[in-house]
Design a protein around this ligand. Structure first.
Ligand code: PLP
Length: 435
């Protein structure tokens, strides 16, 4: 950091080390999202008022009834090691959730509970991907996907999507990307960062391709399931312990690719509590998969971390089996902010953005600013653009390169309306200086 002006230069982030660390570390990058948040905190520690539009977590508190369940679990002395795949009552609760929200039938032996969906993804990639295996990932994608594949020594095969196609791939694109080495397809819907949400028909078209290619596993990351502006979970209205008729459960709602029976055995659904219940720090994710894959993930996790936190697991039973209204209230607020953010983006010349159907991000194309300068700093790419906004507007964002889309930058609207408005006002002023 430049001491006279508090400006952080991007090159300072990667410092050479003299220690003989393992070559494993060279295979993957640190998450860009966390790096940006760290830089924001550094400036804030120097007394600078930084507005955080980089982070991927709800700015709400965990609902009270979930916190009470955790307090009770502490008093009830749930303080011992937990079974590696999760407490039996939680695995039952997850199966009920799948039936209630997605009309999917799973048994506890299909479920593995982990310390966050990130660990669920890591377990699954490590359990399935061998050196040289190809993993197809549509762009833009969540930063961690490609890095996990690299950790497993797999090969990332990107399918490029554009804003014009709603950042969603077609069946034709999928078919064209498949080779004899394809082992896995990895995607999120709703998508971080684009907010794209696949409809039942779109998933059906992809499933038809996978029916033809029987050796491909599909990881469906559904962590943003509840944060969906075009459908809503089947159980949103009230407590719904009883299963619903299949039409009621799936029509116009979040759609899972696991609903297609011919491929269900090869689909690994990843979900968790971080986003839908504002529980990022509690660290709880889970998978539903066929028992062989579930057992393999349990084996991986058994050596890395063992079972997830006992108190969190008990609170998760409450979260998954009781009233979803607090989550839906949060989504209502995200809906309001989404509308406002889209207005604010439109007011900035040269910034183009498609409407996110889910999650809490906008992912505008900012490439119109590449090559421009304020006389002091020249912006040549998304990294420069994000650093320019951090240093000149004191607003954090995440460069699109991290998500495989170098023309875009991600702004989160998981911040108060006041901060969002102030943030975009600063962004507009700073960008107006780029000529
Ligand atoms: N999947 C996606 C698409 C995410 O955006 C995130 C978090 O940002 C995760 C998974 C990880 O979630 P967790 O907090 O449960 O590890």
């Amino acid at each position: 950091m430049c001491l006279c002006c508090s400006i952080i230069h991007y090159k300072e982030l990667v410092k050479p080390t003299k220690m003989q660390l393992s070559s494993f570390l060279d295979r993957f990058n640190e998450p860009e999202t966390l790096k940006m948040a760290k830089l924001g905190r550094e400036l804030r520690a120097k007394g600078i008022d930084v507005i955080d539009l980089s982070l991927g977590e709800p700015d709400f508190d965990t609902p009270a009834h979930i916190k009470e369940a955790a307090v009770k679990a502490i008093h009830d002395n749930w303080s011992h090691y937990t079974p590696v795949p999760g407490f039996p009552d939680l695995r039952e609760a997850i199966c009920s959730k799948f039936k209630r929200d997605n009309n999917l039938d799973y048994k506890p032996e299909n479920i593995v509970v982990s310390t966050g969906a990130k660990q669920s993804l890591a377990n699954t990639v490590l359990a399935l991907v061998d050196e040289g295996d190809e993993v197809i990932i549509p762009t833009p994608f969540w930063v961690t996907y490609s890095e996990l594949v690299k950790i497993a020594r797999g090969k990332v095969v990107e399918i490029k999507t554009t804003a014009e196609q709603g950042f969603k791939i077609s069946a034709g694109q999928l078919e064209a990307a498949i080779t004899p080495k394809t082992k896995m397809f990895l995607f999120s819907s709703p998508c971080n960062p684009s907010g794209a949400v696949y409809s039942k028909e779109e998933l059906e078209a992809l499933a038809a391709v996978f029916i033809k290619h029987t050796g491909i596993f599909i990881i469906a990351d559904e962590i943003y399931e509840y944060i969906n502006y075009v459908g809503h979970p089947a159980s949103a209205d009230s407590r719904r312990p009883e299963p619903m008729a299949s039409d009621e459960a799936t029509a116009g709602k979040h759609q899972s690719i696991a609903q297609f029976a011919e491929i269900k055995d090869r689909v690994i659904v990843v979900n968790g509590l971080s986003k839908g219940f504002a529980m990022t720090g509690w660290r709880l994710g889970y998978i539903a998969a066929n028992t062989e894959i579930a057992k393999a993930c349990e084996k991986v996790q058994g050596q890395f971390t063992s079972g997830a936190n006992s108190i969190t697991q008990k609170a998760a039973v409450t979260a998954l089996t009781t009233d979803l209204r607090p989550s839906m209230d949060m989504v209502k607020e995200f809906t309001r902010r989404r509308a406002r953010v889209l207005e604010l983006v439109k007011e900035i010349p040269g910034m183009h953005c498609s409407e996110p159907d889910g999650a809490f991000y906008v992912f505008p194309d900012v490439s119109a600013y590449y090559g421009r300068s304020d006389g002091e700093t020249t912006v040549t790419n998304a990294a420069d653009f994000s650093m320019y906004l951090l240093n000149k507007a004191h607003v954090t964002s995440v460069m699109g390169d991290a998500f495989g889309e170098p023309k875009c930058v991600r702004f989160s609207f998981a911040n108060s309306m006041g901060k969002i408005e102030e943030g975009f006002s600063r962004i507009k002023d700073a960008l107006a200086k780029l000529k």
